[in-house]
Design a protein around this ligand. Sequence first.
Ligand code: CAO
Length: 414
Amino acid sequence: MKALDGIKILDFTHVQSGPTCTQLLGWFGADVIKVERPGVGDATRKQLIDKPGSDSLYFTMLNHNKRSLTLNTKTDDGKEVLERLIKECDVMVENFAPGALDRMGFTWERIQELNPKMIMASVKGFGPGPYEDCKVYENVAQCAGGAASTTGFRDGPPLVTGAQIGDSGTGLHLCLGIVTALFQRERSGRGQKVLAPMQDSVLNLCRVKLRDQQRLDAGPLKEYSQFGEGVAFGEATPRAGNDSGGGQPGRILKCLGWENDPDAYTYFITQAAVWKNICDVIGKPEWKDDPDYATPDVRLNKLNEIFDTIEAWTMTKDKFDVMDICNPLNIPVGPILSMKELAEEPALRDTGTIVEVDHPERGKYLTVGCPVKLSDSEVDVTRSPLLGEHSEEVLAMLGYSETDISAMRESGAI
Ligand code: CAO
């Protein structure tokens, strides 16, 4: 038994944000029926192609554990199939441009008429307000949600981050909204609309930066490197490079081999409780009781000197040796791991977070499995569907005969 056994998802999502949400629902056991345009499918199927003739990794890695139904929802037959699907499913998930579903004839009112228990979940770039009609992609959300203005170095431009917080981050938020609405429906008997705007999701993930915005009213942010460097703060939360976002100062420091290996670095946190251990490890025992270094407050204007000294030590060690030495002393450190290293990490394979999947067109490939582990709902990652692979079986489930299906194929509705 899986957590979401028996829950049917009408997956009307495309690109990244929506598909990451429905993929999670599939991993938790829901029956996810992905609706795609005949002959075209989700645009990502043919984007960033590495193996001509096969679905891209972009598509396959976002669409495991789903069935694919091709359907032209702008034809009468297509609309009729969609209506049956709405009656049959528990949740409809979509991330079209604002208004697309209404233009198709499926307003929230119409959906409720067809199925009052329907949970209708949407990703949009922005919530209600001046930008609600805009189309939005990942990096736009990172910029509009506060991530870019607070990422990067003070003397450089705003930066986007490699973590897809706008798309996959919003997918996670939407997934949480959906399962919460399913839980409420158990008691209310009613469906509801669930909206996860990308700007709001990114801002939620940037919560500590809005915290710092308000702390600025009380004076400079002393844990930011620029405080120790004597650089004045402006009106808004600045970019903080690799400074730690929490109360314990931290930095990315070079390790042995950094000259040739772009990932020979470690994150190092000077946690107050283990300051004495840090002083011993880096060969500065005299800092333990020196009144200029002994307490967190007096260290704040000397962070550059302190981290330069720690780095002189980390540069003599491999990033994994730094971890082996520091962990037993409770000093929090983390090697900078490359995608290559993560792909080869046996522990991640053992837990199912990195999974090898076999695909009929492309052969074996690696993917990220379910990052959330439920002890009573095991995840089996199954390959993404080929375009329209399950059209016949889904239509038969909806009560269509073989003759109906052939007619729809002839007319281009499926
Ligand atoms: N049958 C018939 N028509 C279909 C269909 C189907 N099965 N599936 C989609 N369509 C139609 C839609 O109805 C729409 O038609 P109209 O413009 O005539 O109403 C059309 O296809 C295109 O949809 P779209 O505008 O959503 O697609 P786009 O490629 O132009 O925009 C995106 C893509 C992502 C910018 C936009 O969908 C969007 O802003 N979504 C919300 C935010 C979001 O999720 N962004 C993250 C995407 S991941 O980076």
